[in-house]
Design a protein around this ligand. Structure first.
Ligand code: NAD
Ligand code: MG
Length: 334
């Protein structure tokens, strides 16, 4: 047995101190009990771990800033702890300034990856915080603002990110547009097109542009939604794009799997992010009671999904391909 895999007496005692079921851990499996487990955090009740509704009514001009939300979302700034799961990797994350994208950016950097983020120029204050957080993790941070509805920009974004990081092996297509329209009759072609361009054309352009960089072992991740499976009546166009995201994840997984590139998706439920408080992003009633209907009685925080984005990118999860991982507090699909 190598020294690395040996359970030392000191480690065993530490484990027992933490109340671990030592007998369940066999040295034959090559396990070792890390000293850090003896300082394992106490159990946390997910129903009270984060703010619960009612929330203060708040509307910000679209696309809204996380920094101006009350309460401020938790993207794992103070909590996410890495363990080298993405050491040396190079990731591009769209919508990396806030919400799920920021949570993934922080987690990826703390897991050892260089991270490029894309966002809209109006989101510069949020983006600057993310750049600082990536740098604080000792990793390279690349910030590339721009509008994903432009095919030329999508191509430049991928090339720029890959050039500045010296490669690309994780692409997270996470940016999205969500606007409420009570009736299909109120939904203009321009609005419909805006949603489609942001949520569906952009990933198509980005993934195409990224392909030449993606070597076997690379990962593409899309952010879908519970809306893909149970659409809200007022999110007609948005929900279509989320169903399409689930679908493109599954078809591309079949297309790119044989090349060693995995494609997976994350389907969040109600999560406390700028998308929900941006003008037109949701109804005022939905905003104040946001997340109340879930069995946990509250919305999720972006930080609660960070480890899913890590898992789907990390090589130890290498048999996950064409999967959609959910995080919705007990309602919805998958
Ligand atoms: P968010 O507002 O933090 O992130 C969305 C990001 O999209 C913005 O930060 C912005 O940078 C980007 N974006 C929008 N239009 C763009 C454009 N034209 N060009 C470039 N960037 C653009 O909100 P979020 O909730 O973290 O959203 C991230 C993903 O999560 C989205 O795909 C969204 O559909 C999905 N989602 C969110 C929820 C939720 O309840 N918040 C639920 C299910 C799915
Ligand atoms: Mg944002």
């Amino acid at each position: 047995m190598s020294n690395e895999n040996k359970i030392t007496r000191r480690k065993l005692i530490g484990g027992i101190g933490a109340g671990l079921a030592i007998s369940a851990i066999s040295p034959a499996l090559g396990s070792s009990i890390d000293d850090s487990l003896s300082a394992a955090p106490a159990l946390e009740d997910p129903t009270t771990k984060y703010p619960r509704p009612p929330f203060k009514r708040q509307v910000q001009p679209w696309p809204a800033l996380a920094g101006k939300m009350e309460p401020r979302p938790d993207h794992g700034e103070k909590s996410y702890k890495g363990s080298g799961r993405l050491a040396g990797r190079k990731a591009l994350i769209t919508g990396g300034d806030s919400g799920m994208g920021r949570a993934a950016a922080i987690a990826y950097a703390r897991e050892g990856a260089d991270v490029a983020i894309n966002y809209l120029p109006a989101e510069e204050p949020d983006a600057r915080e993310v750049v600082q957080l990536i740098k604080a993790a000792g990793k390279k941070a690349v910030a590339i603002p721009g509008d994903l509805r432009d095919e030329g920009f999508c191509k430049r974004l991928v090339d720029d990110a890959a050039r500045q990081m010296g490669g690309l092996d994780i692409l997270v297509c996470n940016a999205a547009r969500q606007q409420v329209h009570q009736s299909i009759a109120d939904l203009s072609t321009e609005q419909f097109d805006w949603t489609m361009k942001t949520n569906i054309y952009a990933p198509f352009w980005l993934i195409k542009a990224a392909l030449p960089y993606l070597k076997p072992g690379s990962a593409v991740i899309g952010t879908a939604s519970v809306q893909a499976y149970d659409p809200s009546p007022e999110l007609f166009d948005y929900a279509i794009t989320k169903a399409a995201t689930v679908n493109f994840v599954k078809s591309l997984a079949k297309q790119l799997g044989p090349k060693g590139i995995r494609v997976n998706g994350v389907a969040p439920g109600p999560i406390w992010t700028p998308l929900q408080v941006a003008e037109g992003g949701s109804t005022p009633e939905k905003q104040t009671t946001f997340g109340q209907q879930t069995p946990l009685g509250r919305p999720g925080q972006p930080a609660e999904l960070a480890s899913i984005y890590v898992q789907l990118a990390a090589s130890d999860g290498s048999f996950a391909n064409g999967q959609i991982y959910g995080a919705a507090g007990g309602e919805g699909q998958p």
